[in-house]
Design a protein around this ligand. Structure first.
Ligand code: PGA
Length: 249
């Protein structure tokens, strides 16, 4: 089973203005300096706040990530941001294929594949999100996730340059989570699939995401095969996010 250090990723989504974002980043940097947490941490603020958050975290082990990137390094793509730009602004990670991007912007596995490859090209670690919708729950969920992985992961994706996040769409922001058995089973299937692909399944970081909070984090993060969490709502409050970080042992 995997033995890598846990990763807790905070996805701020389209929330917070600069004053609150900077205060949150500074507060977390202070906690990290004081507590020497057992997990690696990355904050993914809205793009306009990346330089501010990167500056607030400059003396901290907490990393910065983007919430999305374009597949091309530059060009005529109004409103988009390239992986190179994220790296240039101080990011180490970028989330790709989040279900909100898939739903709001029609992103397909092919789009996610190209974005993950672009992230690799810029030296970023993509956090590749997969997960079944409510209507795909049950027996079909494993097939859905395996198909997403097959079509979303570029050839060069390995344990050293890619993180997987299993996020059942119906669990995101809903306050509902799968049972611990269901989470453990899906992570096991994902790891087995990764192992079949490259023989390095045990080395991958596979995060769980979807309504992780200060109360349920410890039991989810203690599951075999769960290497961390992708946290939305609970990442917006220092106390809640830090409680999740501290759930990692
Ligand atoms: P949530 O979001 O923690 O608010 O459910 C998780 C995510 O979308 O990554």
């Amino acid at each position: 089973m995997a033995t890598q250090r846990s990763l807790i990723a905070g996805n701020w989504k389209m929330n917070l203005l600069s004053e609150a974002g900077e205060a949150l980043a500074r507060g977390l940097a202070r906690r990290a300096a004081a507590d020497a947490p057992a997990a690696d941490i990355v904050l993914c603020p809205p793009a306009v706040m990346i330089p501010l958050v990167a500056a607030a975290l400059s003396d901290s082990p907490i990393a910065v990530g983007g919430q999305d990137c374009h597949a091309e390094p530059a060009g005529a793509h109004t409103g988009d941001i390239s992986a190179e730009m994220l790296a240039d602004a101080g990011c180490r990670y970028v989330i790709v294929g989040h279900s909100e991007r898939r739903a709001d912007h029609g992103e397909t596995d092919g789009t996610v594949h190209a974005k993950a490859a672009a992230a690799h090209g810029a030296g970023l670690i993509p956090i590749v999100c997969v997960g079944e919708r409510a209507d795909q729950r049950g027996a079909d969920a494993i097939g859905v996730v395996v198909r997403q992985l097959t079509d979303s992961l570029p050839e060069g994706a390995g344990a050293d340059n890619t993180v997987i996040a299993y996020e059942p769409v119906w669990a995101i922001g809903s306050g509902r989570t799968p049972s611990l058995d269901e989470i453990g089973d899906m992570h096991g299937h994902i790891r087995t699939w990764l192992d079949g692909r490259s023989g390095t399944g045990a080395d991958f970081s596979i995060l769980y995401g979807g309504s992780v909070n200060a109360d349920n984090a410890a039991e989810i993060l203690a599951l075999d095969g769960v290497d961390g969490a992708l946290v939305g709502g609970a990442s917006l409050k220092q106390k809640d996010f830090w409680a999740i970080v501290e759930s990692c042992t």
